[in-house]
Design a protein around this ligand. Structure first.
Ligand code: DGL
Length: 262
């Protein structure tokens, strides 16, 4: 294994940074290529067929170009729809991001769990299966919110995002039958941990959990015997279309030193 071979993170936008962040804590010297498919954004409004053809094809091109040691689909929408397609198309280990329903069920006292994702993610059979396997005694209330995805993008681009705007987007989940009893909320879209502060302020009684830390441990485990560069270096962020603004100041917090367009 070449010490310079990167970890390749993939999302439709900036959401995957919420997965990159805990991974960098465990693997500070890992070379990073982060790909934001902003030409395809938002994934949450796309059909299963579109995601299932777009994501493996794009990842195939990216793997040929960057020769990563591991690909991380840091996107619940792409993972719940296309993880199997990607795994069969690529000849390298692929880690996906799926809703953290299992840890949510371990935590919930009220046995009412909210699952906040994209419209595409919350309708996936993958989510039904997780709920049946790990939370059969819980009521699961799902809500797909494209507004929250846009708010997370806006926040990272430096716009002001208010607690009221975040509450307005998440509130239908709490207004559903038994929604007032939700004590654990699953952030089933990688964009949403970027709004954790606002969600916590809007819903002080709710514990919000996401898959980021678990994925980071999985990446560290899968690469446990591999060499890394001796020092950390700036990661590269690749956009598939011209980004709205380069965001370089914000991205530096995630170890990204360079932005390119594919
Ligand atoms: N960040 C993505 C997810 O985890 C998708 C957001 C979008 O493009 O709709 O589902």
């Amino acid at each position: 294994m070449d010490a310079d071979a990167p970890l390749l993170f993939f999302d439709s936008g900036v959401g995957g940074l919420s997965v990159l962040e805990p991974a960098r804590v465990l693997l500070p010297n890992a070379p990073i290529v982060y790909v934001a498919d902003n030409a395809g954004y938002p994934y949450g409004g796309r059909s299963e067929a579109e995601i299932a053809s777009r994501v493996p094809a794009l990842l195939g091109r990216l793997v040929e170009r960057f020769h990563p040691r591991l690909a991380i689909i840091a996107c619940n929408t792409a993972s719940t729809i296309a993880l199997d397609h990607v795994r069969s198309a690529l000849d390298l280990p692929v880690v996906g991001t799926v809703p953290a329903i299992k840890p949510a069920a371990e935590l919930s006292k009220s046995r009412v769990i909210g699952v906040l994702g994209t419209q595409a993610t919350v309708r996936q059979p993958y989510v039904d299966n997780l709920a049946a396997e790990f939370a059969a005694d819980c009521t699961i209330i799902r809500h797909g919110s494209p507004e929250l995805v846009d708010l997370a993008e806006a926040k990272l681009a430096g716009d002001e995002v208010t607690v009221d705007a975040v509450r307005a987007a998440a509130q239908p989940m709490f207004d559903a039958l038994s929604g007032d009893r939700i004590d654990v909320g699953v952030l089933a879209c990688t964009h949403f941990p970027l709004l954790r502060e606002e969600l916590e302020a809007a819903y002080p009684g709710v514990e919000w959990i996401d898959g980021g830390p678990g994925i980071a441990r999985r990446i560290a485990y899968l690469t446990r015997e591999q060499p890394w560069p001796a020092d950390p270096r700036g990661g590269v962020m690749i956009f598939t279309a011209e980004p709205r603004s380069p965001l370089l100041g914000t991205l530096a917090r995630y170890g990204i030193g360079e932005v390119r367009t594919l």
